[in-house]
Design a protein around this ligand. Structure first.
Ligand SMILES: NC(=O)c1ccc[n+]([C@@H]2O[C@H](COP(=O)([O-])OP(=O)(O)OC[C@H]3O[C@@H](n4cnc5c(N)ncnc54)[C@H](OP(=O)(O)O)[C@@H]3O)[C@@H](O)[C@H]2O)c1
Length: 288
């Protein structure tokens, strides 16, 4: 048994679930933040549950008591709570940090995303990086990780490929190295142990968007059919969404469309291959 006591906030999410498993595998005592009793069913082995809402500071009182390390993967991805990035990614994490400081937590790890520090004009990063700045200024050891897209997020390409063609903006030559959740969880724990303060994290395979699209089509056994839309349609879409919809709607799309228009290459980690993930997902989807 490892002597450190760890809190995972975001434990119910894609990365959080892997993080809890990895920490338990290494013998840590783990407390998971959940929002309701039913979420307990998501876990095989956890030492303690804390029920609270990060957006409600009163509900977090005592969450960090006896805790040495906090990992937070809290953030809006596909949630439809009607809250903004500022409410959750910034304020929710800030509420958590206050509890950690109050109870003398030694280290706090926060998961932002690749290039977050360079793209603060996007709604998602305005909030995430505001929290990063607060964390860095606080009297606590910090670790900020900026991972590349998760394998789980690449499923959007698979969905498109199912229909036999994939649409890309521009020439499809920009590159990225997405990372698997299990591989990333190992890096999160390793970085906490090593005390590294900031790192970008990506997977083994550096793929162009064309290669990624081809893998998705191949997984469905479809011929390679990729349609390249002119880049002005991407810029026009972002502009129109910013003008006619609220940040809750355009935030995730603005992020995705901006990320697609540049290379996103992070330091390579892990062993999992996107091709294997796509094949497994297609097998799973065919059985549904
Ligand atoms: N997905 C990617 O490709 C990617 C890439 C780089 C960085 N990131 C960042 O990494 C972090 C984790 O991503 P993920 O894919 O694991 O996300 P996820 O599966 O959506 O998990 C997000 C976690 O945050 C919690 N959360 C969200 N809104 C909340 C709210 N209003 N109140 C309380 N809890 C809330 C969720 O709780 P519930 O389960 O109760 O909703 C969940 O535990 C996010 O901050 C994301 O922006 C993601």
């Amino acid at each position: 048994m490892n002597t450190k006591k760890v809190l995972v906030a975001g434990a119910t999410g894609y990365l959080g679930q892997y993080l809890v498993k990895e920490l338990k595998k290494r013998g840590y005592w783990v407390r998971a933040l959940i929002r309701n009793e039913q979420q307990k069913d998501k876990f095989e082995s956890v030492d303690d549950f804390f029920i609270g809402e990060v957006t409600d500071p009163k509900s977090l009182k005592g969450i960090a008591k006896g805790i040495d390390w906090v990992f937070s993967t809290i953030g809006i991805t596909r949630q439809k709570d009607g809250l903004t990035y500022m409410d959750v990614d910034y304020q929710g994490n800030s509420n958590l940090l206050k509890e950690a400081l109050h109870d003398g937590v030694a280290s706090f790890q926060y998961i932002s995303a690749i290039n977050g520090d360079k793209l603060k004009h996007l709604k998602i990063f305005e909030a995430k990086e505001k929290f990063v700045e607060e964390l860095k200024d606080a009297n606590i050891t910090y670790c900020v990780l900026r991972p590349n897209g998760f394998f789980s997020d690449m499923k959007d390409f698979l969905q498109m490929a199912k229909g036999g063609r994939v649409y890309l903006f521009g020439d499809g030559n920009f590159k990225l190295n997405p990372i698997d959740g299990e591989d990333l969880a190992k890096v999160c724990v390793d970085k906490m142990i090593s005390g590294e303060k900031e790192a970008t994290v990506g997977g083994q395979d550096i793929l162009s968007q064309n290669e990624l699209a081809a893998l998705a089509l191949k997984a469905w056994g479809k011929p390679i059919k990729i349609l390249h839309l002119p880049d002005w349609t991407r810029r026009l879409t972002i502009g129109a969404l910013r003008t006619f919809t609220s940040s809750k709607t355009y935030g995730p799309i603005e992020f995705f469309l901006t990320a697609m228009a540049e290379d996103n290459i992070a330091t390579q980690y892990g062993t999992k291959r996107l091709e294997d993930f796509f094949n497994q997902e297609v097998d799973r989807m065919k059985k549904e």
